[in-house]
Design a protein around this ligand. Sequence first.
Ligand code: 2M8
Ligand code: MG
Ligand code: MG
Length: 264
Amino acid sequence: LLVFTDLDGSLLDHATYDYTPAMDWLARLKKDAVPLIINTSKTAAEVMVLHQRLGLGSPFITENGASIHLPASWCLDETPDERGWADIVLGESYRRIRSVLEAIRSTERFRFRGFGDFSIEEVAEHTGLDSQGAELAHLREASEPLIWEDSEEALERFRLLLIGAGLSLTRGGRFYHVLGDNSGKGRAIAWLVDRYHLLKGQRPLTVGLGDGPNDVPMLESVDRAVLICGEHDLPVSIVDTVQLYTTTQKGPAGWSEGLDHWLG
Ligand code: 2M8
Ligand code: MG
Ligand code: MG
């Protein structure tokens, strides 16, 4: 069994980033040695802090699937660095994403602002993170969160121009996110499921929990999906899987409700 989870609006409260309502399930997964695999739009620097606080030994996925971080026990021919981690990059580099965004903005005159245009203080303002947290969120490696300040029509043109440049656009709780089109939360799960198969000789049962449009590819690539209600209230019909449970509670309370449903 592998449990994949989004963070903001799922394991963490959308506004306060609190996870206390999930504590019982976190302890239970740890006791049963079930890997809890974080799958988020956050950066590796942000996740590393939480991963340590939760005492996890599992891999994790960052920047909407653009990069996978393996502890030594999940490595095959990868060599872990001095901190004991090997990074697999599925997406495009932050530098390339920024240069495409700047080129599109200067030719099309679209109105948007990304984290690369923000100071740390502005990231803190827009996310509600403290300045330390905002600094870690600013350390992007393979995706750019942005605020769209232009029309819906312009957004659709923007999306097509990104596709033409080998990039894609998805949406989290607060921001749009630009990343390589060969990444995404679903791709990263498929990669880790294959790796598990190679290591253990069998395919795992998978559970996935998320709340945003960017989680749809995750919910579609697991055996048992939990759609946590929240900021977007996504229609169930957009998730193409039969094994879907939709929660009545938000954030970490909904997260626990979803695990009660499938594993309780
Ligand atoms: C951004 O991601 C969230 C996740 O859904 C969003 O779009 O609302 C990311 O920049 C992440 O790094 C950051 O921690 C988070 C804070 O709200 O916002
Ligand atoms: Mg979320
Ligand atoms: Mg997220």
